[in-house]
Design a protein around this ligand. Structure first.
Ligand code: MTE
Ligand code: MO
Length: 475
């Protein structure tokens, strides 16, 4: 299409709303889909790509891969993309040799970084409730340090069980771990700071500004930690802890580390695994290749990636992330009064939920003529507690509507996967054109999310589980 003009990516980026016109790119083509957006069969999802490439979206929404759709798109072509480098890895190669950042993996274009070094990113929340198992390349990434380079051949896991009966420490290579009985568990991993950006609105907190996308749900497979520890002769002891260390080192050469109670590690119903697969694929480098520990029901920070060492110990991990981070405090505690030694490290997470579609500010058309809007999202609770109900309101709690749940049929106490939910909310004439939708989840212990952030505010912005509130316009 050499007859058409060339555009640069920043020109495309400026056309990202109904006001400016909606431009998208596909391959090397530039398209003006402003007039088409209202008729898009997928509704306002097309807006997620406004001003950018639709290729990554189409990789997920496979229904676009037909000749008809490509022909339709070609009808909106206005030009060609200029000066794009399609070679992958160009930015990593630019790094000076020897920089700890020279070996960062390639990431999916849809993971928008909250921080690039270390890499921290969540997927667009509008995509999160599309699939029960989050696609690996869209699963949020939370790294505190550069991603270590580990080869399968050289990898070793050291296990110091403190048991006098066996050879100790025990060293396992990757083949030996894979030779152990394989176990799978569906578990959501959620960062302790998920939804921090909402808590910040009450009063500033310190931490990465996560939206509601610092969570994902996957099927993890690997060896059970309880099998390995039992084989080593480790006996139950409620006063003990299991410390995990990663291969990622801070500038003072201390590894990332965390710990969990030994009782969780030894409990077969705890489903703690030394995982080498995520959704049936080899674990990717960002998610802990070749081995990470999965601690279902427990805050993300304890699910140590690039696992190199396990120690059964009398005390918790002395790492920064166990001792001076990932802890909750009273709303009246601030940086001048905080004493991290006085709070417990977060383990099981509290009940939470989020509305994934519609997104804040979206214009929503009620379905057909019965005046309902469809709302979708996720809900999850820590400690294996199952989600039993999700309630929605569009009139500030005067009336509530119960959502339909999509979840695994695992027993309560061992219900580690998230639940997706769908609700149909009636929109009455008195609602007006601006409506605020609220969602709250209830878990099997009948724990309910708190209504507002004011009373759960804490200086690190963790445990941000108040009602999720999304304001939309009724079209
Ligand atoms: N493990 C190591 N070795 N290094 C890390 O920085 N981050 C932790 C945890 N495990 C981290 C780690 C935190 S805070 C979270 S929320 C999860 O990994 C994120 O896992 P993900 O990147 O696979 O989503
Ligand atoms: Mo985290």
């Amino acid at each position: 299409r050499a007859d058409l003009p060339n555009y640069k990516t920043d020109q495309v980026e400026q056309h990202n709303s109904a006001k400016t016109g909606i431009w998208i790119t596909y391959g090397l083509g530039v398209y003006d889909v402003t007039d088409f957006a209202d008729n898009h069969p997928g509704g306002d999802k097309i807006l997620m790509a406004a001003g950018s490439a639709i290729d990554p979206f189409w990789a997920i929404y496979q229904q676009h891969n037909t000749l008809e759709v490509l022909e339709l798109l070609e009808g909106f072509r206005i030009g060609n993309l200029e000066g794009v480098d399609l070679k992958p890895g160009a930015s990593a190669a630019e790094d000076e040799l020897g920089s700890p950042w020279a070996h960062e993996p390639q990431r999916h274009a849809l993971l928008k970084p909250a921080s690039k070094r270390p890499f921290n990113a969540e997927p667009p929340i509008g995509l999160l409730a599309e699939q029960f198992l989050t696609p690996n390349e869209l699963f949020y990434v939370r790294n505190h340090l550069p991603v270590p380079v580990i080869s399968a051949e050289e990898y070793e896991l050291e296990i110091e069980s403190g048991s006098s009966k066996k050879k100790d420490p025990l060293t396992l290579n990757l083949e030996e771990i894979k030779a152990l009985p394989k176990h799978s568990v569906t578990a959501a991993i959620m960062c302790g700071g998920n939804r921090r950006s909402e808590m910040t609105k009450v009063k500033a907190v310190k931490g990465l500004s996560w939206g509601a996308g610092a969570v994902g749900n996957a099927k993890w497979s690997g060896a059970r930690l309880c099998d390995v520890l039992r084989e080593q002769g480790v006996q139950p002891d409620e006063s003990k802890h299991v410390i995990f260390e990663g291969a990622d080192l801070d500038p003072t050469s201390h590894p990332y580390g965390a710990s969990i109670p030994l009782s969780k590690a030894l409990d077969p119903r705890g489903d703690v695994i030394l995982a080498y697969e995520m959704n049936g694929e080899t674990l990717s480098r960002d998610h802990g290749y070749p081995i990470r520990v999965i601690v279902p029901g427990t805050v993300g920070a304890r699910n140590v990636k690039w696992l190199t060492r396990i120690v059964v110990a009398d005390k918790e991990s002395d790492s920064h992330w166990q001792q001076n981070d990932y802890k909750g405090f009273s709303p009246s505690t601030d940086w001048d009064t905080v004493d991290f030694s006085k709070s417990d490290a977060i383990q099981a997470m509290p009940v939470t939920s989020a509305i994934c579609t519609p997104q804040p500010g979206a214009r929503v058309k009620p379905d057909d003529d019965d005046g309902h809007i469809t709302v979708r999202g996720y809900a999850w609770s820590g400690g294996g507690r199952k989600i039993v109900r999700v309630d929605l309101t569009s009139d500030e709690g005067k009336s509530w509507h119960v959502a339909e749940l999509e979840q695994e049929d695992s027993p309560d106490g061992r219900h580690y996967g998230w639940s997706l939910w769908t609700a149909r909310l009636p929109i009455s004439e008195s609602s007006g054109s601006d409506v605020e939708i609220w969602a709250k989840a209830v878990d099997s212990a009948y724990n309910v999310q708190p209504e507002k952030f004011e009373h759960i505010w804490n200086l690190r912005g963790v445990l941000a589980n108040a009602y999720h509130k999304v304001r939309v316009k009724i079209a």
